[in-house]
Ligand binder design. Structure first.
Ligand code: ANZ
Length: 927
């Protein structure tokens, strides 16, 4: 029987499903190991060959760990709320649940085709009510919690209420909004219920607040910063404007320091850790107050360079700063207004990116320098961001590049801070220059100046040391339909939670998936959807990241109706040991997940500070696009003639993408091309050597580039085992690489060769029970060692070539020994699970599966060389190689060598003077 991948793969996929081979339970004495993939959003276009790359790697690792005796949790599910299904619903009227269901079905078929060892009994879908019930529940816990800086953890809001009741705000050290009230216990008790709620909202970890958002009118929703590219929406390219709206937010900033510290405890790629560090952006500095006597207030600035304070020659506010209106004098009014209007069109990212253009407006007012008492003019400019620090800066043109450009442009004074001429050095007096502009710090070093200045400012009540984080609180509301409803209703404009036993709050039916005529989110269309028939529900839904911020915990106990997961299950599985996914989630999903994980730990639901111990980013598989070259006429218009690659430079042509599926080895199938698009039906070609050769380019794999390869097609032709091996063979897991099928035949041949080791010339299964030779054992133990080392360091590509070498060696040795072959297929099982299952059964290992066999023990004795291929020379000239046992001594070697017929031929009857012999090195015959 020949290797028939189709029947073998179908048979085993059915076997695994029927027998629930990969179902995992907690009741075992084995050590646990948790391997997680980033679960997919089931899009309408299905999986392409790039998607399974990480899944294959994690599956290999999971299967390997099972062979190593671990109890492996390896689940899969779907991140199934989200925009594309909703956009489709808007266009077609089809309920997103239906589209989602259909897409999931297709994904599941495609995944099943590849032979993954997922425990499907633990599947989760974030859009299922039984799942989002718990997403809503976590939201409720966040709403009902505050962050206590003293204990450095979140606590139930009741403990804060108790403190307000007993001692007011005295001694409360909480993360909160800026504008919290200061009150005694007595005053708190005089507040009515609504005032109390309003005050508590400033402390809650899920809270409602007016904030500036990226509003995309065309999509009818708020977008996250990373969903806005160059001022337009990433999806669809629609304009995005800055708008103030009441928004649900998550107080993730409370966790900024813990999120930063936690990075030291995880084994993640360094670039990813660096991205999170930058995103969190811890800055150590000071906040300084610049008094504005006429308004009886101060302008607070955040600076990381308090040592430059004597170089301040003006103050700059963000155009959105709340004091701008009050500070603007009549004569400056129209200029300031105009500038604010211009700024409102720019996104924050644009404002940060543009370091060249200088623009701003003078408010007409002055503040007092906190130490010199001099007047400093107050300006507004868009390089100061409203949401960072305090939204205001003290400008030091001699220390800061942007301040310098600004001062030059508007002719403002530049006060030197050090004696160095060089701006770079002046900006770091530590290095070279000395302070020169105030007696107060002139003789000091940087390390002396900073604390001295902070002390002085503290004495004056005009400043203090401050740590600032770049990270903002995360916006948590979407004006969309297809997401989790927020379990909140409103009474007198204030949000209240529904009762826990009322969960899940089901997504209501609506007639259309569009905002209402009055601009409310789609949920505003739901007829009679009121809490207790009376109160408005929150109409926005949760963002895409809600459901994915805790899913790895649900997998630990997916059917629990009493809890999001039981304490026992979480105590058993703890955290994810290995997480594989794309680097695009570096700052979104991976920060939010760490945040929720820490929060749930604070409330005592589990014990792990970090959710993902080890993380690997798989590289992208890029597409390899093909092009045809369309001939242009004199007017530059496209004709219906296409020129082959080698001839295109002789003509005036433009390149067009052509579907890679109608191109084979870069040669275009002309008939298929004519059917590719109706307007190509009459196409004509200018060929080279009778063929049409296409151009190529490596690009992102995408439908619009016609370079998408469907894994189903590869599986159909070569089988899943070949696909799995081949995806790994393409190169190191973390690297980006183009999909190129040139080598896939080689992988397929390798599997057929493996198959033949177990079969005789007639194709009958035939293995021998004889003891293997040393050489056979050596080939086996080399691969046992290599694969173990490779997998442990996640180097999957190198194993594939080692397998090929091993099978070649065994083929050369004509090895069909059971003792070798059985261990070989165990080692190969993680990579090629179907063929190895089949061979395992053929070897008589019934009943069952190879999945839980024991990974063979490596025996180094087999790798000790017993033979050496000696180079044999005659009078110093190398003639041939002769393999001899290493244990032979000079006498035995001489005898064997001189008796060898080939050697005799080289000697040509001449008498031998002597034989030089160096053990393990050379043999030289002197004649
Ligand atoms: C005076 C100064 C002098 C500054 C100097 C720098 C150099 P990081 O490290 O990013 O935290 N800044 C503060 N708030 C800002 C805002 N909302 N928008 C734009 N810039 C802002 O940088 C902190 C520094 O960035 C602060 O220190 C402030 O300028 C500026 F030689 O104050 B510095």
């Amino acid at each position: 029987m020949d290797y028939n991948h189709r029947s073998i793969e179908q048979k085993w996929q059915k076997f695994w499903a029927d027998n629930q081979t990969f179902k995992t339970s907690e009741s075992t004495a084995k050590p646990k190991y948790y391997v997680l993939d980033m679960f997919p959003y089931p899009s309408g276009s299905g999986l392409h060959v790039g998607h399974p790359l990480g899944y294959i790697a994690s599956d290999i690792f999971s299967r390997y760990k099972r062979l190593k005796g671990f109890n492996v949790l390896h689940p899969m599910g779907y991140d199934s709320f989200g925009l594309p299904a909703e956009q489709y619903a808007i266009q077609t009227g089809q309920h997103p649940a239906i589209t989602t269901e259909a897409n999931i079905k297709r994904y599941r078929e495609q995944l099943d085709n590849i032979g993954f060892s997922f425990d499907w009994s633990r599947e989760v879908r974030t859009s299922n009510p039984s799942y989002y019930k718990w997403t809503q529940w976590i939201f409720m816990k966040l709403f009902d919690a505050w962050y206590n800086k003293e204990t450095d953890q979140a606590e139930p809001i009741n403990t804060l209420i108790q403190r307000f009741e007993s001692t007011g705000t005295i001694g409360v050290n909480a993360v909160s909004d800026e504008d919290v009230a200061v009150f005694t216990a007595e005053e708190w008790k005089t507040y009515d219920e609504e005032d109390q709620q309003r005050e508590l909202l400033k402390y809650r970890l899920a809270y409602l607040r007016e904030s500036t958002v990226n509003w995309c009118a065309a999509l009818g929703t708020v977008l996250a910063n990373d969903e806005v590219i160059n001022g337009v929406s990433e999806r669809g390219g629609y304009p995005v404007e800055q708008k103030k709206m009441m928004q649900w937010s998550m107080r993730i900033t409370a966790y900024a320091d813990r999120l930063l510290r936690g990075l030291d405890a995880v084994d993640w790629p360094e670039p990813l850790v660096e991205m999170q560090r930058n995103w969190i952006g811890k800055s150590v500095g000071a906040s300084v107050k610049f008094p504005v006597p006429q308004l009886d207030t101060t302008i607070d600035v955040f600076t990381t360079r308090v040592d430059t304070i004597f170089g301040v020659s003006f103050v700059v506010l963000a155009p959105e700063h709340e004091l701008v209106k009050a500070l603007t004098t009549n004569s400056q009014y129209s200029e300031v207004e105009k500038y604010i209007e211009i700024t409102s069109k720019k996104s924050e990212l644009d404002r940060m990116a543009d370091t060249k253009t200088v623009s701003g407006a003078f408010t007409g007012s002055y503040a007092k320098h906190p130490l010199t008492g001099e007047d400093v003019p107050i300006w507004i400019a868009d390089y100061v961001l409203a949401g960072y620090g305090t939204g205001a800066v003290m400008a030091v043109p001699s220390g800061d590049q942007r301040d310098y450009l600004f001062a030059k442009h508007f002719n403002l004074p530049i006060i030197p801070i050090s004696d160095s001429q060089n701006l770079e050095e002046a900006a770091d007096p530590n290095k070279d220059g000395r302070y020169i502009n105030s007696d107060f710090i002139n003789s000091m070093t940087y390390d002396e100046a900073v604390p001295a200045l902070i002390e002085r400012l503290e004495e004056l009540g005009l400043g203090k040391a401050k740590v600032n984080f770049r990270m903002r609180d995360a916006i948590f509301g979407r004006q969309r339909y297809w997401g989790e409803p927020v379990p909140v209703y409103f009474k007198n404009g204030l949000p209240y939670l529904i009762k826990e036993e009322e969960l899940p709050l089901l997504l209501p039916e609506v007639d259309k998936y569009l905002p209402t005529e009055t601009g409310e989110p789609p949920l505003g269309r739901a007829e009679g959807w009121k809490y207790q028939n009376e109160y408005e529900y929150e109409l926005s839904t949760m963002p895409g990241w809600a459901g994915s911020s805790w899913y790895w915990m649900r997998y630990m106990d997916p059917h629990n109706n009493e809890a999001f997961a039981s304490k026992e299950a979480m105590d058993y599985w703890k955290s994810v040991d290995l997480y594989i996914g794309g680097s695009e989630h570096a700052t979104g999903h991976l920060l939010y997940s760490r945040f929720w994980n820490k929060f749930l730990k604070d409330l005592g639901y589990h014990n792990e500070e970090e959710p993902f111990k080890k993380l690997i980013n798989q590289g992208m598989i890029q597409g390899r696009s093909n092009f045809v070259y369309r001939l242009l006429d004199e007017e530059g218009k496209g004709t219906n003639t296409f020129v082959s690659l080698g001839l295109k430079d002789q003509y005036n042509t433009i390149p067009l993408h052509v579907d890679v599926n109608i191109v084979h080895n870069d040669i275009l199938d002309l008939e298929k091309f004519k059917n590719f698009r109706p307007d190509f039906a009459e196409a004509e070609f200018i060929l080279e050597n009778g063929k049409y050769i296409c151009g190529t380019e490596v690009e992102k794999m995408s439908k619009s580039k016609f370079n998408v390869v469907n894994p189903d097609d590869v599986v159909e032709k070569y089988g899943a085992d070949t696909l799995r091996l081949y995806e790994m063979f393409l190169g190191p897991l973390e690297q980006a690489k183009p999909w190129n099928t040139n080598g896939i035949d080689g992988v397929y041949k390798f599997l057929r060769k493996l198959w033949r080791l177990f079969h005789d010339a007639e194709g009958n299964f035939h293995v021998s029970d004889e003891d293997p030779s040393k050489a056979e054992y050596k080939a086996l133990h080399k691969i046992i060692k290599k694969v173990e080392e490779d997998i442990e360091r996640f180097s999957f590509n190198t194993s594939v070539s080692a397998f090929m070498i091993c099978v070649n060696e065994l083929t050369d040795l004509k090895c069909n020994k059971r003792k070798v072959l059985q261990d070989l297929i165990i080692v190969l099982e993680p990579y090629a699970p179907h063929i190895t299952e089949e061979l395992w059964t053929l070897l008589g290992n019934e009943p069952g599966t190879i999945s839980y066999a024991a990974y063979p023990a490596f025996n180094p004795d087999y790798l000790v060389e017993s033979e050496f291929a000696y180079p044999v020379s005659v009078n110093g000239k190398m003639k041939m190689n002769l393999p001899l046992a290493l244990e032979l001594d000079q006498k035995a070697v001489e005898e064997t060598v001189l008796a060898n017929v080939d050697v005799q031929r080289y000697l040509d009857g001449k008498p031998v003077k002597k034989v030089v012999f160096v053990k393990g090195k050379i043999i030289n015959i002197v004649v």
